[in-house]
Design a protein around this ligand. Structure first.
Ligand code: PEP
Ligand code: MG
Length: 579
């Protein structure tokens, strides 16, 4: 039987299933006499204190086993235990309703979980799990029960559970748990994040998983694609054992590349950096060996809330990225790119016939100068703390670039007048996402410090194929000769003016594209963090000089298929690295 869930932590686990039946303690409402409320509140406070102590121990052992960052979640849980809206509310309910502590806590938890679970932002939505986790711990102390052990298995099992709390996950022992499958959760739930750092293959969000398997049955978990196979035949088992072995060998090989420079076999160095959406992502980027950030999609700071982030908030977010990555590491911050498929409920944008061709990104920012200026000031201020570079999205004309730079100059003057520090040498670049900008790149290059090619949009505009429309997705062809020609024009234009050219669209992390981009002279490749190490290993096996004629040959071909075929045929390492 094949089940499809959400790929949460890559790798393969093969072993016997262990279905974790939770004995969910049912919470009964018990009315208490008004005179007993104080004693009930004290009982809750004692359970909270015991929970805090327990969390302190888990935090320390997690920090020692997995690192400080992984342990942070438990500090957050400790803070939740001090939250007035949580424990404070439960205490208020005991007194107001004259009910037992278990019931009051249960009610408040359910209310908070409902609020968080209904949020738009995936990250915030999954914080509902933190409330459940903390509440469960306090309930356990209220009942005096012992914590269930997830480490007592005779041999490595594949765990099936409705959900694993972050603290459950942190306690898993890799020699006893080969992998896990949960019925709820998403890629950004803490147990998924932790599974990735513990390198335990995991699939989450697989509704009904527990009913589809019995303890003792043989299972395969493919954490890279989210597939779970129950009772596989001998042939499938053998095939997955081989995949597992290759995957693990490759993972070990990649680790050796984490702190190495990104250099080709013939000694040509490029920069491999990561795309991030929030300051927390920076840690994952660093752990995956990224040499900096090539695209910080700042619009995510504006989402999942109901007002604009203030200058101060943004300043802290940008500074946090510099702190995580290191002050000398390049951090390219892209200014707000809202519109298209990205909406802000509180911005009330007009409905448009063609949102991707409409009022978005720099077009909107040049119109909403108040918003834009706030962000420019925040970025400038943060530039005093790291190697920040500023980048405007969706530039189509040089007039837009100049208008944006004028506002930047105003922001600088304001900061000068206020005596606030910023980096006067901060580089300012643009994304090349609109064909008009690619074609006029030679002119734009005179007025910028760098280009970063946004192929996600450049492809959709070049091919006139909406990137959100499944029916035309076959036309989303980054390898189309026209796209490759535009890329070449942009890189050449930058170099002829002594500027550097990067790429932050998905194409930059595509192993088939890397040899061509290297041959065309791309200086910086920005990609999702998990693509960095495979890209670095591939680069180490490529000869830069040999990639130049390969790129020329590709540019003479007429279809995207022929071009990809050429690259894969000439460079066997691509297939080896694509497991
Ligand atoms: C792009 O268009 O390639 C890009 C990186 O920007 P986004 O995907 O955020 O539109
Ligand atoms: Mg874009």
């Amino acid at each position: 039987m094949l089940l499809q869930g959400i790929a949460a932590a890559s790798g393969y686990a093969i072993g016997q299933a262990f279905v974790l039946q939770e004995q969910e303690a049912s919470v009964e409402r018990a009315d208490i006499a008004p005179g007993e409320a104080d004693a009930e509140v004290e009982r809750l406070q004692n359970a909270v204190a015991q929970s805090k102590e327990e969390l302190e121990k888990i935090k320390a052992s997690t920090a020692a086993r997995l690192g400080e960052h992984e342990a942070e979640i438990f500090a957050t849980h400790q803070l939740l235990l001090e939250d007035e809206e949580f424990i404070g509310q439960a205490i208020a309910q005991i007194r107001a309703m004259n009910v037992n502590a278990e019931y009051a806590l249960h009610e408040v938890t359910e209310q908070l979980v409902a609020i968080f679970a209904g949020m738009d932002d995936e990250y915030l939505r999954e914080r509902a799990a933190d409330f459940r986790d903390v509440s469960k711990r306090v309930q356990r102390h209220l009942s005096g029960a012992k914590a269930a052990s997830l480490t007592d298995f005779a041999e490595a099992v594949v765990l099936f559970a409705n959900d694993l709390t972050p603290s459950d996950t942190a306690q898993l022992d890799r020699s006893k748990v080969a992998g896990f499958v949960t019925q709820i959760g998403g890629r950004t739930s803490h147990s998924a994040i932790m599974a990735r750092s513990m390198e335990i293959p995991a699939v989450v969000g697989l509704t009904d998983a527990m009913h589809s398997v019995k303890t003792g049955q043989m299972v395969i978990v493919d954490g890279s694609s989210g597939i779970v196979l129950i009772d596989p035949d001998a042939e499938t088992l053998a095939a997955y054992r081989e995949k597992k072995e290759k995957f693990e060998l490759r993972r070990e090989e990649m680790k050796q590349y984490k702190d190495r420079p990104s250099v080709t076999a013939d000694g040509h160095q490029v920069e491999l950096v990561a795309n991030i959406g929030n300051p927390q992502d920076a840690l994952g980027a660093r752990n995956h060996g990224a040499e900096g950030v090539g695209l910080f999609r700042t619009e995510f700071l504006y989402m999942g809330r109901d007002n604009f982030p203030s200058e101060e908030e943004q300043y802290h977010a940008y500074t946090a990225v510099c702190q995580t990555m290191g002050a000398e590491k390049p951090i390219v911050i892209r200014t707000l790119d809202i519109g298209g498929d990205k909406e802000l409920s509180y911005l009330e944008l007009p409905k448009e016939m063609n949102p991707f061709l409409g009022y978005r990104a720099i077009r909107l920012c040049l119109d909403r100068k108040d918003l834009f200026k706030t962000q420019l000031r925040a970025i400038l201020r943060a530039s005093a703390h790291g190697n920040i570079k500023l980048m405007y999205p969706m530039i189509a004309t040089i007039t837009e670039l100049r208008a944006a730079n004028e506002l930047l100059a105003e922001a600088r003057q304001e900061l000068d007048a206020e005596g606030v520090a910023y980096n006067r040498e901060m580089e300012v670049g643009i994304m090349i996402e609109v064909p008009a900008a690619a074609i006029a790149a030679d002119q734009l290059a005179e007025e910028v410090d760098f280009f970063s090619i946004g192929t996600n949009d450049l492809v959709q505009y070049t091919m006139a194929a909406d990137r959100m429309n499944q029916q035309v997705s076959h036309l989303s062809q980054p390898f189309h000769p026209s796209v490759l020609r535009l890329i070449k024009m942009v890189i050449d234009a930058a170099h002829s003016r002594g500027k550097w050219a990067g790429m932050c669209g998905e194409m930059a992390g595509n192993l088939k594209a890397i040899p061509l981009l290297l041959g065309l002279g791309l200086d910086e490749f920005s990609m999702s963090a998990s693509s960095v190490l495979p890209a670095r290993v591939l680069l180490s096996r490529l000869d830069r000089e040999a990639m130049k004629p390969l790129a020329e040959e590709a540019l003479r071909l007429k279809t995207a298929e022929e071009i990809q075929y050429l690259v894969v045929e000439r460079i066997p390492a691509i297939q080896e690295l694509t497991i």
